[in-house]
Design a protein around this ligand. Sequence first.
Ligand code: ZN
Length: 351
Amino acid sequence: MRFKDIEGQRVLINHLTEIIDSGRVSHAQMFLGPTNSGSLALAIAYAQYLNCENRQHYGEGSELRADSCGLCPNCRKYEELMHTDLHFVFPNTTTSEVTSKPCSEDFQAEFRDFLNEYHQYGKEDDWYTQLGVENKQGVIREKDADNIVKTLALKSYEGGYKVVVIWMAERMNRECANKLLKTLEEPTDKTLLLLVAESRDRMLSTIISRVQQVVVPDMGMGLSEERRMEYARLFVSWMRLLFKLEMKTLSDWVEQTAAIGRESQKRFLQYVQESLRACFLKTVAGIALPGELEFGDEKFDTFFPTMITVNNIEQMNQAITDAMYAIERNANARITFMQLSFTMSKLIKKR
Ligand SMILES: [Zn+2]
């Protein structure tokens, strides 16, 4: 799949291609987002772009700064999901054909059909229907981990990156996850492990700490104009505070943010992440802020993006992702936002 075929997510996509072009690809990443956000399609398009032999870069004013070509031998094989260096691992279970010790290897053809049928936007339930096991819950077991380790240790067939996509990575059982730890820590050259998950809740913390996280926002975030303006105001005042780090005003801000409720806090953090990515793209690639992410403060719109660079963007993304997770887990909002403020303040000065 090419990026252009994915719905929305333009800021995130531009961020991802920028990172790949700058040669800073992290060998293990987790795309986190609800199924309808396109997290799986994004992971596959990301791998295709990485392997494309003729990456396309577009001029100013285009929605996407770059995309894979769709025509080179690697792209063609990716489009058909038949690339020899692209592997899929997913929840699986016994079926009428596979009656014992199932693993993803047993269902590759079925999984490709599922990907094609739902254009890579299928839900977990759709997958079980495809397998004919509606009432069962799939698991990713140790045998799958063994195969992943073996696959990544082999030489790449086509000379590019070897890629393993683990869809619904939260279905990995403990044995499987533990087996993967070493691979996550000591990657072999030119290998890429892409975990796709809806939530980090059921994931071992040892896995989480070893992968770079890419939060894929809900489609369009569904923000009303009013809400967006509220978030923009909150964001601008927060970022200004981070430069001065004046305790009294900062704790007022934290108090105000703690009062908006958990759901709104999570959406605000998604908004912050999108905004920072947009600022990063403005700084490094000269891409103008999308209309809906302008802050409505000319001075800030001009000056602030210059603070977001390759030296801090990924760490900021990570810090915000961690805060979203804490809020999801009912952590104290005041403490979470206070700690996040200290981290962000340090990072912003690292530019
Ligand atoms: Zn290509």
